[in-house]
Write a protein that binds this ligand. Structure first.
Ligand SMILES: Cc1cc2nc3c(=O)[nH]c(=O)nc-3n(C[C@H](O)[C@H](O)[C@H](O)COP(=O)(O)OP(=O)(O)OC[C@H]3O[C@@H](n4cnc5c(N)ncnc54)[C@H](O)[C@@H]3O)c2cc1C
Length: 316
C-alpha cells in the first residue's frame, strides 16, 4: 500500500511531515495492548503522542498531510472502549493523552477541558471548584474526547446532558466551534460518530454545589464500580448496548441465558456480570470478537434479540 511505502524509508514524524515542529513521543510498531484497557491489540504502524505545546500547530498539518497521502489516522483517547485487532492498526494512531487539562472557566459554571483529559480528573477538578454535573463520570476510564464521541452514560446521566460546546478540527483540519444540540445526541450516540473530525476540547455547563457533597457522590460511584468488579480484570466496560425495547438490561438477558462465565481463549463473560467481557489473561482481540459473536448468535437464536456491541473493534 502507498502509505507503507511512504513509511518504509522514513524514521521520524519530522521526516514524514516536513518541517513541522514536533515535541512529544512517537514509536513505530507500537503494541496497542499498551494503550487499551482491554490490554489487547497488535502494533500501530506509527503511534504519535504530541505534547500540549505542539498539538495545535502540529496536528492540523499532520491530519491534512495524512489525508493527502492516503494514510489512515485513528484518534486514540483513553483506549477504554476499543478492541484493537491482533494484526494491528494501519497508518497512524494519534494519541491525545498529553493534550490534557482544564483550559479555564469560560463564564460562571462553564468549564472547558482539553480532549485528552481523563474524565475522572475532569470530575475531580470541577468538584474542587464546587461545580457539579460531571461527578457521574468519576471512576470511569477514558478521556473527555472519547466520552463526548461515545456520549458516555452512567448513573442515569449522559455526557450530552452537560455538554454545551465542543471545539473540533474539522474534515479540512480547521478548528471549528460547535454548540452541542441535544437533538444530535442519543443513547451512546454523538454527531462525531458519522464525521471524520478530532475533538479538541469540550465545554460543560455545571452547577454550584458544596464540594463535600460532590466528593461524597464521586466516592460513592467509584465504590459502586469497585463493588461491581469493574477493575478486577482488563475490559472495556459493558460489551453490549442496552435497549429499552428488550424490556430488561442486556446483562440480565445474558445472565438468564446462562452465558456468564462463557469463554473463548482468554476472553470471558465475567462470572459475576452478564454484560462485562473480561480479559482473564492472554486474551487476543480475536478471542474477544469470537465471544461477542457467540453471545449475539445465541441471544438471537434463543430470543430473536439482536444485541449491538458497545465496544468498538478497530482494525478488523
Ligand atoms: C472498567 C470500565 C468501565 C466503563 N464504564 C462505562 C460506563 O459506565 N459508561 C460508559 O458509557 N462507558 C463505560 N466504559 C467505556 C469507556 O470508558 C467509555 O466509552 C469512554 O468514554 C471511552 O473514552 P476513551 O477516551 O477511552 O475513548 P477510546 O476508547 O480511546 O475511543 C473511543 C472512540 O472515540 C474516538 N475518540 C476518542 N477521543 C477522540 C477525540 N479527541 N476526537 C475524536 N474522536 C475521539 C476514538 O477514535 C474511538 O472511535 C467503561 C470502560 C471500562 C474499562
Amino acid at each position: 500500500m502507498e502509505y507503507l511505502d511512504i513509511m518504509a524509508g522514513r524514521t521520524s514524524p519530522e521526516d514524514l511531515f516536513g518541517d513541522l515542529v514536533f515535541s512529544g513521543t512517537y514509536r513505530f510498531d507500537e503494541p496497542m495492548a499498551m494503550h487499551t484497557t482491554f490490554k489487547v491489540g497488535g502494533p500501530a504502524e506509527l503511534w504519535i503522542q504530541p505534547d500540549t505545546a505542539c498539538f495545535l500547530s502540529f496536528v492540523p498539518s499532520l491530519l491534512r498531510r495524512a489525508k493527502t497521502l492516503g494514510i489512515p489516522v485513528f484518534i486514540l483517547g483513553g483506549g477504554a472502549n476499543i478492541v484493537a485487532a491482533d494484526r494491528g492498526i494501519e497508518g497512524i494512531v494519534l494519541d491525545t493523552g498529553k493534550w490534557a487539562g482544564m483550559t479555564g472557566q469560560m463564564e460562571k459554571g462553564r468549564l472547558a477541558f482539553l480532549s485528552g483529559t481523563p474524565v475522572d480528573q475532569a470530575a475531580r477538578e470541577a468538584a474542587s471548584l464546587g461545580l457539579g454535573g460531571l461527578e457521574f463520570l468519576a471512576g470511569m476510564p477514558g478521556s473527555v474526547g472519547g466520552s463526548v464521541w461515545m456520549n458516555a452514560r452512567c448513573y442515569e446521566s449522559s455526557v450530552s446532558g452537560v455538554l454545551v460546546e465542543t471545539e473540533i478540527l474539522n474534515e479540512e483540519g480547521i478548528p471549528e466551534r460547535l454548540p452541542a444540540k441535544a437533538a444530535d445526541f442519543g443513547y451512546k450516540k454523538s454527531p462525531f460518530q458519522t464525521r471524520d473530525v478530532l475533538i479538541l476540547s469540550a465545554v460543560f455547563a455545571l452547577e454550584s454545589r458544596p464540594v463535600f457533597e460532590l466528593q461524597a457522590r464521586m466516592a460513592e460511584h467509584r465504590g459502586d464500580r469497585e463493588a461491581k468488579g469493574h477493575y478486577r480484570y482488563p475490559s472495556a466496560g459493558s460489551a453490549f448496548k442496552n435497549n429499552r425495547a428488550f424490556g430488561k438490561p442486556t446483562g440480565k438477558i445474558i445472565d438468564e441465558l446462562g452465558l456468564r462465565g462463557l469463554s473463548r481463549g482468554g476472553a470471558s463473560i465475567a462470572p459475576w456480570h452478564g454484560n462485562l467481557l473480561i480479559n482473564t489473561g492472554g486474551a487476543t482481540a480475536a478471542d474477544i470478537k469470537a465471544l461477542t459473536d457467540e453471545v449475539r448468535e445465541r441471544t438471537f437464536a434463543a430470543l430473536g434479540i439482536k444485541l449491538e456491541c458497545e465496544i468498538l473493534f478497530v482494525g478488523f
